[in-house]
Design a protein around this ligand. Structure first.
Ligand code: GTP
Length: 222
């Protein structure tokens, strides 16, 4: 492989694997805010409802693996659900979000989870998140209720605040870890063959090089 291709190989190594995560929950629970907090370290107190679906990317390093996550932020509003359901199938991880100050948003997790059972692959990883813990005085759903529901679904549970940046990184990291664990065999295979490819590329490049005094010049000109 000619030396000039090496920078492209470096680009390819900026991340090892890409996963798709999906955020689901009622309108106003804070899905967009959690995602903005996680990817841009920002928070906005105004509510601009997501139209249809949007996504943001972030790279995490877990156990030495560079994982790029594409996080899909869905609109909680009913009218967009025909569109958003089309994305369930492509997700490897799902974050269910409710608002701890809004009991109906918690009750509706059952409905969101039911939709996922119907439209997402069965092996999809899931976590449950109760957001807005900074609004403790307005709390309507206890931590125990959240934890119990999560347990009944076999999900990990977090209480977060996008506003005060509590448990946001932890939640996104946990779902990414679960997805990575679930796909460990595939990832190992992929990384194994990529390493092999890079080693091979390095060897070929060595053997391509003319064994003359001009070696240095040739390397520099690339
Ligand atoms: N106090 C508090 N407010 C929050 C928090 N997270 C989000 N909010 C506010 O809740 C409102 C709704 O937040 P969004 O992030 O737009 O909610 P969403 O779930 O994306 O809503 P849709 O796009 O309509 O589905 C906004 O006014 C946010 O500022 C939080 O952790 N604490």
């Amino acid at each position: 492989l000619p030396l000039k291709y090496l920078p492209d190989l470096d680009m390819a190594k900026q991340y090892d694997v890409l996963f798709r995560l999906l955020m689901l929950g009622d309108s106003g629970v804070g899905k967009t805010s959690m995602l903005r907090r996680f990817t841009e370290s920002e928070f906005d107190s105004s509510h601009i409802s997501t139209i249809g679906i949007d996504f943001k990317m972030k790279t995490l390093e877990i156990d030495g693996v560079k994982v790029r996550v594409q996080i899909w932020d869905t609109a909680g509003q009913e009218r967009y659900q025909t569109i958003t359901k089309q994305y369930y199938r492509r997700a490897q991880g799902i974050i269910f979000v409710y608002d701890i100050t809004n009991e109906p948003s918690f009750q509706r997790i059952v409905k969101w989870a039911g939709d996922v059972d119907e439209f997402a692959p069965t092996e999809v990883n899931r976590i449950l998140v109760g957001n807005k813990t900074d609004e403790e005085l307005s709390r309507q759903v206890s931590k125990e209720q959240g934890s119990k529901l999560a347990k009944s679904y076999g999900m990990d549970f977090f209480e977060t605040s996008a506003s005060s940046d509590s448990n946001i990184t932890e939640s996104f990291t946990r779902i990414t870890e679960l997805v990575l664990e679930a796909h460990k065999a595939d990832v190992d295979n992929l990384l194994g063959s990529l390493d092999e490819y890079l080693d091979k590329a390095g060897l070929e490049e060595e053997s391509d090089r003319p064994r003359t005094e001009n070696n240095t010049q040739r390397i520099c000109s690339c």
